[in-house]
Structures are given as C-alpha cells and as structure tokens.
Design a binder for this molecule. Structure first.
Ligand SMILES: [Zn+2]
Length: 102
C-alpha cells in the first residue's frame, strides 16, 4: 500500500527520506528552517546550530509530518527553495543559500 501526505503543495510519500535535526527528532524543538533540496528531499531543522553529521537523523517523511507547518502557514515550497519561520506561523520562502553553512 502506498501512502502520501500533502506538505507545502507537494504529495510526499510517507516512506520517502527526510533529514531532520536531533532536536526535531526528539520533539525538543519545532521546525524553523525547511529546505526542499534539488533532489526532492526535505531537510527540517530547528534553526539552532547543527554542524556535525551526528546532529542529524534520517527518517521517513511520515514520522515528522505531524510537526510540520500546515498548508495555511506554508502553502508552497518549490524545489531548490527554503522556508524559514520568521515569526509564529509566518514562513519566508526563498532560494536555498549556501552562505550560512559552517
Ligand atoms: Zn535542531
């Protein structure tokens, strides 16, 4: 059986790979920065510093769909774009920048 969830204007397989930070994984923090990578994967982090591979977990998308912003808050996130929560429930969408790595 194939299951999908709808997120940011995309139909996403619940078992597709998603990269999340350990704080989201543990439900310690809410998502603040969501990247829709060129290969179609989503990366979801809390916006705190994560500079180590150990700070990230790879999960199935269905495992985090409950903590993601809903379509009223984040209607559409194109591939190659990132969304940052600038204040409660308000997401700023722009092309992914690589400037702030490291
Ligand atoms: Zn985090």
């Amino acid at each position: 059986m194939t299951n999908y969830v709808t997120f940011a204007g995309h139909r996403v397989l619940t078992n597709s790979v998603c990269i999340i930070c350990k704080h989201i994984f543990s439900r310690e923090s809410a998502p603040k920065l969501i990247l829709h990578e060129e290969d179609g994967t989503f990366q979801v982090t809390c916006g705190n510093g994560h500079f180590d591979a150990a700070d990230f977990n790879v999960v199935g998308f269905g495992h985090i769909s409950d903590v993601l912003p809903n379509s009223d808050e984040l209607a559409y996130l194109p591939i190659g774009h990132e969304a940052e929560e600038v204040r409660d429930g308000v997401w700023d969408v722009k092309i992914i920048s690589t400037d702030d790595e490291n």
